[in-house]
Design a protein around this ligand. Structure first.
Ligand code: FES
Length: 195
């Protein structure tokens, strides 16, 4: 029986080249319907960011090289982290009918690239990200049942992120910066202080 770790139970960054259980959603993204690795819960971002379409965020750590090539062929600017941050896996439509996202399915996927640094130039919603950072400044993260820090914004479990030298992690969903020693939000906005 496999002993693969579920990526949301990790207490350090996934190791490139090793396999993990990763949530995936079979859904169209950049014109290709396939099982995309996702992270965090499905949500909307009407508040602060002004994007009220239900969406997941793609976990670039677990995209295959072929998936990255398919995406980059269709968006010939920026790196894959910037593309993923700026273009979530949002509800698409067939005619006027919204196609609901299926429930995530866990798959055994290899970590292909190191963790997230929220790209400074990723989102057209930078003003919204700054408003989000201001609204959440000083807020405390909760902890899940396993004791891992959970981002107070939309509930991303922060355990699989590698802290920087100042013991900070940047939530890959919308760029809030968390001091893992205190569990408090200390920055964000996808700008200099978030690096
Ligand atoms: S879930 Fe939005 S910044 Fe963490």
């Amino acid at each position: 029986m496999s002993k693969l770790r579920h990526v949301e139970t990790l207490t350090s960054a996934p190791v490139v080249g090793q396999r993990y259980l990763v949530p995936t959603v079979l859904y169209p993204w950049f014109g290709s319907t396939e099982a995309w690795p996702v992270m965090g819960p499905k949500h909307t971002d009407a508040e602060h960011i002004g994007f009220d379409v239900p969406h997941f965020h793609v976990d670039v750590r677990f995209l295959s090289d072929a998936q990255v090539r398919r995406i980059e062929r269709r968006r010939n600017f920026g790196d894959i982290e910037s593309i993923a941050a700026g273009y979530p896996l949002a509800t698409s439509h067939t005619g006027s009918e919204a196609e609901p996202h299926p429930e995530p399915v866990f798959r055994r996927l290899t970590c292909r690239r190191p963790g997230h640094g929220y790209p400074r130039h990723a989102a057209g919603a930078r003003q919204g990200l700054r408003a989000l950072a201001a609204a959440y400044a000083g807020r405390k993260c909760g902890r899940n049942g396993a004791g891992l820090l959970v981002c107070p914004h939309k509930g991303f479990v922060l355990g699989s992120l590698e802290p920087d030298a100042e013991r900070r992690v940047v939530c890959p969903l919308h760029g809030l910066v968390v001091d893992v020693a205190t569990g408090s939000v200390v920055g964000g906005g996808a700008c200099a202080e978030a690096a």
